[in-house]
Write a protein that binds this ligand. Structure first.
Ligand SMILES: NC(=O)c1ccc[n+]([C@@H]2O[C@H](COP(=O)([O-])OP(=O)(O)OC[C@H]3O[C@@H](n4cnc5c(N)ncnc54)[C@H](OP(=O)(O)O)[C@@H]3O)[C@@H](O)[C@H]2O)c1
Length: 265
């Protein structure tokens, strides 16, 4: 995949899928801006691991360290913070080739399993403001720069319940379904210079996701997955990197489902 030298902003880089995506792209020689929200320890260990890995692979000095990889703290639900983050990335890297928007509101079991007809405004607002509005804010901030350059790629993240519905997690499902609508709608607006796609992930074995289920729930979920296992963050990362890369140069407005065959649509 041709991601060498590409200037990529990854939101949610301190999370499980974000980390795997950052490691994959760092190995391909991308220049990375890694956004985190509250988990400084996670982003710091990721930065260290990337530096370590690159060093081990014996790459050139100038490809390492702060010139290649930067971390930025931001709340993606707040446009002014997103704008400041994107401005900083562009200033540092002299442009931006890809936005990979993975930031997602943390799963809370009591909200996930709440009666879908009893959701409060607060329950509905979390995924809406971080997953959906956060993605929108990032797009709004990067597009003027990408348009000026005459190219760019954007990858968002949705989820399989957004495609087929789910009796649980309605607030999350609504936000993730809107991300598909956002992808399809903006593909029409951003072409031909900028491509926008999303991955719809099934069950991926990140720490955050595994925390949400007990053993019985995991067994029940596995019965519905033809591959009989959860996907790994690395498998999600490869699909994301593909859509961000020039290998997907004729693909826009699409949803790439990464779910071990669970959803058949
Ligand atoms: N894992 C799955 O099975 C699965 C399935 C379908 C879709 N997805 C989606 O894939 C994405 C990554 O999933 P994951 O399992 O890697 O989740 P995760 O480990 O919980 O990561 C979530 C990321 O979002 C960041 N974040 C949370 N609130 C934020 C805010 N207000 N502003 C900016 N960043 C914020 C977190 O930052 P801090 O940790 O620094 O606070 C973290 O980096 C999410 O959007 C998720 O909904 C995951």
């Amino acid at each position: 995949m041709g991601m060498k030298g590409k200037r990529v902003l990854i939101t949610g880089a301190s999370g499980g899928v974000g980390r795997a995506t950052a490691l994959l792209l760092a190995g391909m020689g991308s220049r990375l801006a890694l956004q985190y929200f509250s988990n400084k320890a996670s982003i710091d260990s990721l930065m260290e691991e990337i530096d370590g890995r690159i060093e081990e692979e014996g790459k050139e000095e100038e490809e390492r360290g702060s010139n290649t990889i930067i971390k930025i703290k931001a709340d993606v639900s707040r446009y002014e913070e997103v704008k400041a983050m994107v401005d900083r990335v562009v200033e540092r890297f002299d442009g931006i080739d890809s936005l990979i928007a993975l930031a997602g509101y943390p799963m809370h079991r009591e909200v996930w399993f709440a009666d879908p007809l009893e959701l409060t405004d607060g329950m509905l607002d979390g995924p809406w403001s971080v997953d959906l509005k956060g993605s929108y804010n990032c797009i709004k901030a990067v597009v003027p720069y990408m348009r000026r350059q005459g190219n760019g790629s954007i990858v968002l993240v949705s989820s399989t319940p957004a495609m087929v519905g789910d009796a649980h997690g309605l607030a999350y499902t609504l936000a993730k379904a809107s991300i598909i609508a956002l992808t399809r709608s903006l593909a029409l607006v951003l072409a031909p210079e900028i491509r926008i796609n999303c991955v719809a992930l099934g069950s991926i074995s990140t720490e955050a996701n595994m925390r949400g289920y007990d053993e019985d729930q995991v067994s029940a979920l596995l019965k519905d997955i033809p591959m009989r296992r959860f996907g790994t963050p690395e498998e999600a990362a490869r699909a994301i990197a593909f859509l961000a890369s020039d290998d997907a140069s004729y693909i826009t407005g699409k949803v790439l489902v990464v779910d071990g065959g669970e959803v058949r649509v």
